[in-house]
Design a protein around this ligand. Structure first.
Ligand SMILES: Cc1cc2nc3c(=O)[nH]c(=O)nc-3n(C[C@H](O)[C@H](O)[C@H](O)COP(=O)(O)OP(=O)(O)OC[C@H]3O[C@@H](n4cnc5c(N)ncnc54)[C@H](O)[C@@H]3O)c2cc1C
Length: 419
């Protein structure tokens, strides 16, 4: 059975046929008709990637939830804009993440079957890099440890299957067929839609100015529009995490990441169904990209999308980011295409910027905020690889806040590792 058949057959609410603009309008109409009050079981500060999923999981468990978002849902000033996010399981950032990924895949499928809307696209993923590349070594280690199928392609096999790439002969050519991409804006809207249907109150254009832990154990949150109280607070503020949790600011570096959508010389070769998601490690620079997606289904921008993952350009303040892309941002991507994908570049269509919130070791930080018992939980430091985990991080945050613990193995992400 094809994946799309599965989704249509298990559809619950009739949103399968909604275009992205229709879904956006519907969810925002739902949000506007929310009637709010002053007291909740739990407040979620920041309804972007992780916050939308936390609201869903909390509402699903029957809690009275308030989600507060300073901008629209979704928006393009934080970390979640740009149409697509890679999802993969043979994890190059460390095998400890694999059990979380197993759960993330299951939870994405639950979202799809609950809503009848597709968010995961299984395109397959190629990994390319030098024989001694440490990231690829960990990909192989994760694959071995958790029996995640990856294929080690010969030069001939790779040339036959992926003729779009021109690689040095000594490069490793790995392929993870179960990998692909998630659509971030649609996922966030669907999580918010389901949270609201299950009773959550979501307020947009409402910025949290202050929060206070009361001696009684409750939390008071003050925004530009009102004051609210709850038993628990979950902070999922993305690049603004250091602003709302000053004790963490020294641990977080915000980087400005440039992303390009280009017109390839041969458009047809790079479209969805003919071209995979890919990661290429070129010495100190890590690049990644996606197939061209049809705008009818995926909204825009249109084109072959690619970006430089590391290193990004440092910035300090998410409210003062220079959103104009520079010539040097574009040049590094064009040079890359000319070197590794000779038919991949004719001209640049669109360039955009997005923000990473980097932890010191590039691993996530998920924990209770020190000094507030277990009343304040946060998740930050997703370091440019968090989106694929959205579906499981929301569940973890809900469990930590409301149950006081989680069954999922997240000790390696504790803030205690920084002393
Ligand atoms: C260019 C780019 C490419 C990426 N590619 C991938 C990929 O391929 N695969 C992958 O897994 N990950 C990828 N990521 C990483 C992933 O998108 C992020 O890790 C993830 O989106 C982080 O989610 P978040 O909830 O922490 O931040 P966000 O989604 O930005 O959410 C934080 C929210 O909090 C709100 N907020 C903050 N302060 C306040 C306040 N005071 N009051 C009210 N609201 C507030 C913000 O407005 C925002 O909506 C990529 C990121 C970027 C930038």
């Amino acid at each position: 059975m094809k994946r799309r058949d599965f989704i249509i057959k298990t559809s619950g609410i009739a949103v399968a046929s909604l275009s992205y603009p229709q879904l956006y309008a519907n969810v925002n109409r739902q949000i506007e008709s929310n009637s709010h009050q002053a007291n909740y079981d739990v407040i979620v500060l920041g309804v972007g990637s992780m916050g939308s999923s936390a609201c869903y999981h909390l509402a699903n468990s029957g809690y009275k939830v308030l989600g507060l978002e300073q901008f629209d849902i979704p928006h393009d000033l934080g970390s979640h804009a740009g149409q697509s996010r890679i999802i993969r399981k043979a994890y190059g950032e460390g095998s400890d993440y694999v059990p979380l990924l197993e759960r993330a895949y299951t939870n994405w499928q639950t979202l799809e079957s609950e809503t009848g809307s597709q968010v995961y696209y299984k395109t397959g993923l190629t990994y390319f890099g030098a024989p001694d590349d440490p990231f690829l070594k960990t990909v192989k280690g994760s694959s071995r440890k958790y029996k995640i199928p990856i294929n080690d392609l010969t030069v001939e096999e790779c040339d036959r299957k992926y003729p779009q790439f021109k690689l040095p002969p000594n490069f490793q050519r790995l392929e993870e067929t179960e990998a692909g991409f998630i659509t971030p804006e649609r996922s966030i809207l669907l999580y918010v839609q389901q949270a609201v249907l299950k009773g959550a109150v979501i307020r947009t254009k409402e910025k949290v100015h202050e929060w206070k832990h009361e001696s009684s154990g409750s939390v008071t949150v003050v925004t530009n529009k009102g004051t609210y109280k709850a038993g628990k607070l979950i902070i999922t503020a993305g690049p603004w995490a250091g602003k709302v949790m000053p004790s963490l600011i020294s641990k977080l570096t915000i980087t400005r990441q440039a992303v390009a959508w280009v017109k390839p010389r041969n458009w047809d070769k790079f479209t969805l169904g003919k071209f995979p998601c890919w990661i290429l490690e070129d010495k100190d620079h890590d690049f990644y990209g996606f197939p061209i997606l049809p705008v009818g289904t995926f909204a825009g921008p249109l084109g072959l999308k690619l970006a430089l993952h590391y290193p990004g350009a440092d910035t300090t303040d998410p409210d003062q980011v220079n959103r104009n892309t520079k010539e040097s941002d574009e040049k590094i991507l064009i040079d890359f295409l000319n070197k590794f994908m000779p038919d991949g570049y004719e001209n640049t269509l669109v360039m955009k910027t997005c923000l990473y919130t980097n932890s010191p070791d590039h691993d996530f930080i998920i924990d209770y905020l020190s000094g507030f018992n277990k009343d304040i939980v946060f998740a930050t430091g997703f370091s440019g690889h968090g989106f694929k985990f959205v579906s499981v991080v929301g569940e973890i945050l809900a469990d930590l806040a409301m149950e006081g613990s989680t069954q999922l193995p997240v000790d390696f992400l504790s803030a205690k590792r920084f002393g």
